[in-house]
Write a new protein. Structure first.
Length: 286
């Protein structure tokens, strides 16, 4: 893997914005990360054994993070939806573009074809961060992503905690999730109203089997809509969400296998327990 310790003199974030002729626009979910120290640290959060040969960046903006990624990767692909910023990146990093080290794709990261990439490091637009994360996670590549703090902490939450929920189970199905840094609002310009979190997602296969992944996610979603109810009542009350046609048959099957489980609540169940429940539900209730 390429050394992920930045050691070059990087472009100043404020100078980049001046040359680009832009200011952040909160109404467009546009907050530029301008703290050099945070920018320097972000690439170092890649897992030690990560392949950094081809890094993907979602939302390159004016290129402050792009600059640092080019220092640690053989090649970088940036997806930028703003046509003016995409054009600026191609001009600002013209030598890297000419050397085939930087590719700038203009378009929406939710709809463009993703390139082959070895890892992704990005400061995501908050408004679509969930959709982008769950587009990236199934790719099975290391991710270092910036989210709103609350969102990042919910992704990493453990069973039995207040933050643990559907998002935690879904993200941890694909990866080990760690909040590696909290970033204050004044690291951005304009400053957002909330703190941010840098989250490392290291891909791993779950230690449980799921026959129908789409049903598994729907089943988890259903039970968390009734998180204050017991699993027994959650299964019975959410068939319209989970897609179960025979919820009572599922309750009976779980009762035969583990009656104590029916008295628990969704927030206390580990992902592997949800998987076991989903398999029972798939077999007996659909």
């Amino acid at each position: 893997m390429t050394d992920t310790t930045p050691d070059a003199a990087f472009r100043d974030p404020d100078d980049l914005r001046r040359r680009a002729g832009v200011r952040g626009d909160p109404d467009r979910d546009q907050h530029f990360l301008v703290d050099d120290r945070v920018l320097d640290r972000i690439p170092t959060y890649l897992p030690e054994d990560a392949d950094a040969t081809h890094l993907l960046e979602i939302g390159g903006g004016t290129g402050a993070l792009t600059d640092r990624l080019l220092a640690v990767a053989d090649a970088v692909t940036v997806i930028e939806r703003d046509p003016d910023l995409a054009a600026f990146l191609r001009e600002e990093f013209a030598s890297e573009v000419d050397a085939d080290r930087l590719t700038v794709l203009e378009g929406d990261a939710l709809s463009v074809d993703l390139p082959a990439f070895s890892a992704c490091v990005s400061n995501l637009p908050y408004g679509i961060s969930s959709e982008i994360a769950f587009r990236l996670l199934p790719e099975g590549r290391p991710l270092v992503l910036m989210f709103q703090r609350e969102f990042g902490e919910r992704m990493a939450a453990e069973p039995g905690t207040d933050d643990y929920g559907r998002l935690s189970v879904s993200a941890q199905h694909y990866a080990a999730v760690e909040v590696v840094e909290i970033v204050p609002p004044d690291a951005f310009d304009p400053a957002p109203a909330v703190e941010s979190a840098v989250v490392r997602l290291t891909p791993r296969a779950p230690d449980y089997a799921v026959g129908d992944e789409a049903f598994f996610f729907d089943f988890v979603k259903a039970l968390f809509t009734q998180r204050r109810k017991t699993i027994r009542n959650g299964i019975r009350n959410t068939a319209h969400i989970s897609g179960l046609s025979e919820p009572e048959a599922v309750v009976e099957a779980v009762e035969a296998e583990d009656p104590d489980l029916l008295r628990k609540r969704a927030g206390s169940l580990a992902p592997e327990t949800f998987a076991r429940l989903a398999e029972i539900a798939d077999e007996h209730g659909r």
